[in-house]
Design a protein around this ligand. Structure first.
Ligand code: PEP
Ligand code: MN
Length: 338
C-alpha cells in the first residue's frame, strides 16, 4: 500500500508515520514528489492492512497498490524517474542516452578504436561484454576481468561511461568495481538471486527483457532490484521470440508506451539484438526514439565480418555516425535531445 502525506505534512509527522511502519515490521520507501510525499509500504498482503494509518496526523490517504509490482508502479510514483551517472549524465532526462560499442570486448585496440568513434558521434556510454552469455559453451565466452579493465581504461581515456553485463552473483563485486552501470542480460532476467545482489550493490542497472518474458514478468524482475533499495534501474527492450523468423527477434515497440504507463522507470531500446541485422537497426532506432524511448543501445564494430559475436547486427562506426545525425533530427521532432 502507499501512504499519501498531505501537502501540509510536517517532517515530524512524516517521521512519526515512518516509525510506525517500521514498528509494524515493514520497510518504508519514501518518494518525495514535487506535489506530495508518499511512503510505500511493501509486505505480505493483508498483514500490512491490519493497522489503519489513516488517522495519523499529516496522512491524507492510505491506498492499496493493486498492481503485482509495487515500487516500480506509477501508483507508487507518478513522476517519471531519472538518475545521475558518475559523470553527470542523466538517465531518464530530456537527453536520450546512447550506449554503443562492440558485442564482446575482443582486445584493447579494437575497443579503443570503436570507443573513440562512438564518442565522436555522440554516444555517452561504452557497451561491451566481458562476460558473455553464449548459447554454445564452445563459443567465445568473453575476456573476463581483462575485458573489464580494458573497458574502464578506454572509457576513462575517451570520456564515456561503462555499461557491461554481469551474469552471476559471484561476479557482481568485480563487475561493479570496473563498470558504471551493470547490465542484466535477457537470459538472466529471472535470475532472482542476481537481481537481489544487484539491488544490494546500488549500482545503476540496465535490466534487459527476457527472450520470452511478458512485460509483467519483466517489471516484477525490476521490483526485485528496487525492493533491495536500488532505484537506479533502466529497462531495456531487446526483442522477444515470436513465430516470426525473418528477424532474429521481434522488437516489441509496444513495450515503450506500456512501460511508460505502468511504471516510472526509464526505458531503453536495443534494435541490434531486436532485429539481428545491421541494416534493420537504423529504422528501428528511429522508431524507438519517436515512440518515447529514453535511450538506445547499438552494437558497433570496426570489422563486423570477423567479430567474435553478433557481427551481423553490428554497424560500422561510419554507419553509426550517419545514423546518429538522423537520430538527432528524430529526437528534436519529439521534444528530446541526443
Ligand atoms: C548483449 O547486450 O550483448 C546481450 C548479450 O544482450 P541480450 O542479453 O539482450 O541478448
Ligand atoms: Mn550482442
Amino acid at each position: 500500500m502507499i501512504i499519501v502525506m498531505k501537502k501540509s505534512a510536517t517532517p515530524v509527522q512524516l517521521e512519526h508515520v515512518v516509525q510506525k511502519v517500521k514498528d509494524l515490521g515493514f520497510t518504508p520507501n519514501i518518494s518525495r514528489g514535487v506535489e506530495k510525499t508518499v511512503i510505500g509500504v511493501i509486505g505480505e498482503e493483508g498483514k500490512v492492512r491490519v493497522e489503519s494509518l489513516e488517522t495519523f496526523p499529516g496522512v491524507e490517504s492510505v491506498v492499496p497498490i493493486e498492481k503485482p509490482y509495487k515500487l516500480v508502479s506509477r501508483e507508487f510514483k507518478d513522476e517519471s524517474s531519472s538518475f545521475k551517472m558518475n559523470d553527470g549524465t542523466i538517465v531518464g532526462g530530456k537527453k536520450v542516452v546512447v550506449m554503443a560499442g562492440p558485442c564482446s570486448v575482443e582486445n584493447r585496440d579494437m575497443l579503443y578504436l570503436i570507443a573513440k568513434e562512438v564518442k565522436k558521434s555522440g554516444a555517452t556510454f561504452l557497451r561491451g561484454g566481458a562476460f558473455k552469455p553464449r548459447t554454445s559453451p564452445y563459443a567465445f565466452q568473453g575476456l573476463g576481468e581483462e575485458g573489464l579493465k580494458y573497458l574502464r581504461e578506454v572509457a576513462d581515456e575517451v570520456g564515456l561511461q561503462v555499461v557491461t553485463e554481469v551474469m552471476d552473483t559471484r561476479q557482481v563485486e568485480i563487475v561493479a568495481k570496473y563498470a558504471d552501470m551493470l547490465q542484466i542480460g535477457a537470459r538472466n532476467m529471472q535470475n532472482f538471486d542476481l537481481l537481489r545482489e544487484v539491488g544490494i550493490s546500488k549500482k545503476p542497472t540496465l535490466l534487459k527483457r527476457g527472450l520470452s518474458s511478458t512485460v509483467k514478468e519483466w517489471l516484477l524482475s525490476a521490483e526485485y532490484i528496487l525492493s533491495k533499495g536500488n532505484f537506479n534501474v533502466m529497462l531495456a527492450e531487446r526483442g522477444i521470440r515470436t513465430f516470426e523468423t525473418a528477424t532474429r527477434n521481434t522488437l516489441d515497440l509496444n513495450a515503450i508506451p506500456v512501460v511508460k504507463s505502468e511504471t516510472h522507470l526509464p526505458i531503453l531500446v536495443d534494435p541490434s539484438h531486436g532485429t539481428g541485422r545491421w541494416d534493420y537497426v537504423g529504422p528501428l532506432a528511429k522508431a524507438a526514439l519517436a515512440g518515447g524511448a529514453d535511450g538506445i543501445m547499438i552494437e558497433v564494430h570496426n570489422n563486423p565480418v570477423d567479430a567474435f559475436s553478433d557481427g551481423a547486427q553490428s554497424l560500422l562506426p561510419e554507419k553509426f555516425a550517419l545514423l546518429m545525425a538522423e537520430l538527432k533530427k528524430v529526437a528534436g521532432a519529439v521534444g528530446r535531445e541526443i
